[in-house]
Design a protein around this ligand. Structure first.
Ligand SMILES: NC(=O)c1ccc[n+]([C@@H]2O[C@H](COP(=O)([O-])OP(=O)(O)OC[C@H]3O[C@@H](n4cnc5c(N)ncnc54)[C@H](OP(=O)(O)O)[C@@H]3O)[C@@H](O)[C@H]2O)c1
Length: 211
């Protein structure tokens, strides 16, 4: 079950919001997080060139392990400058941004004409309102703010996405890293751990005492 929410999210982002392929260049922020690791793996599986951001060296190793081609420590290096150095100016097809406030504007400026900004979270805080002219000036850009429920419309869609995930997982093509397990009674401790940015993957809450 550790695969469900984050896996389904990574699945719809990489296969439906922007279906990645062999010529895609994608930036995945927070690539060592729960969704980030899964999204990086699926993007790589689909042949995309993956640029990843993370906050620490330890997380950089995790992002490389997940399949990222380029990993940038955005706490030490300006990620936009580094992506431009690696890929050129306005070279990305898609930016998958779950960080929000701290990364959104710079990410938009990295997109190629008609590229897509996928803002799917706001771990650093909400993004300020966007003037649509910014999308025009950036090269007819697309901006979407997707949520999982809209990509699970009916049991058929859920089944298809979940079947893919389980198939990839059983074939060894998708790894789920459980960072830590907490009993449900320690949900507050789990929340603090999540906010600490220390988790390298999924945090699992368990309702019984079998830990
Ligand atoms: N729209 C959807 O359908 C959907 C579905 C599921 C989750 N989400 C969203 O996706 C995001 C990632 O979820 P997740 O389950 O993968 O979470 P997670 O494992 O906790 O990863 C979040 C990552 O965000 C990064 N981060 C950057 N700034 C941060 C800050 N100020 N405080 C805390 N973390 C910060 C951290 O990575 P670094 O330390 O490397 O920066 C952290 O590992 C969340 O915002 C969540 O709400 C959206």
């Amino acid at each position: 079950m550790a695969l469900a929410l984050q896996g389904l999210t990574a699945h719809y982002l990489a296969t439906s919001t922007v279906p990645l392929g062999a010529t895609s260049r994608a930036l995945v922020h927070a690539a060592a997080g729960g969704v980030g690791q899964l999204l990086t793996q699926i993007a790589r599986q689909r042949g995309a060139e993956v640029f990843a951001t993370v906050s620490t060296e330890e997380k950089a190793a995790v992002a490389f392990q997940a399949g990222a081609h380029h990993v940038i420590l955005y706490t030490q290096t300006d990620f936009a400058t580094e992506v431009e150095r690696l890929a050129g100016s306005r070279a990305l097809d898609v930016v998958y941004d779950s960080v929000g406030k701290d990364t959104f504007e710079k990410g938009l400026a990295l997109l190629r004409p008609r590229g897509t900004m996928v803002l799917f979270g706001q771990s650093s805080g909400p993004v300020a309102p966007v003037d649509p002219q910014v999308l025009s000036r950036g090269g007819s850009l697309f901006l979407t703010r997707p949520t999982l429920a809209d990509y699970l419309r009916g049991p058929g869609e859920f089944r298809q996405r979940f079947n893919d995930l389980v198939t990839w997982w059983t074939q060894g093509n998708l790894k789920v890293n459980v960072a830590r397990k907490f009993p449900l009674t320690e949900a507050g401790v789990a929340q603090s751990f999540l906010e600490s940015r220390g988790a390298l993957g999924k945090i699992v809450l368990i309702a019984d005492k079998s830990l």
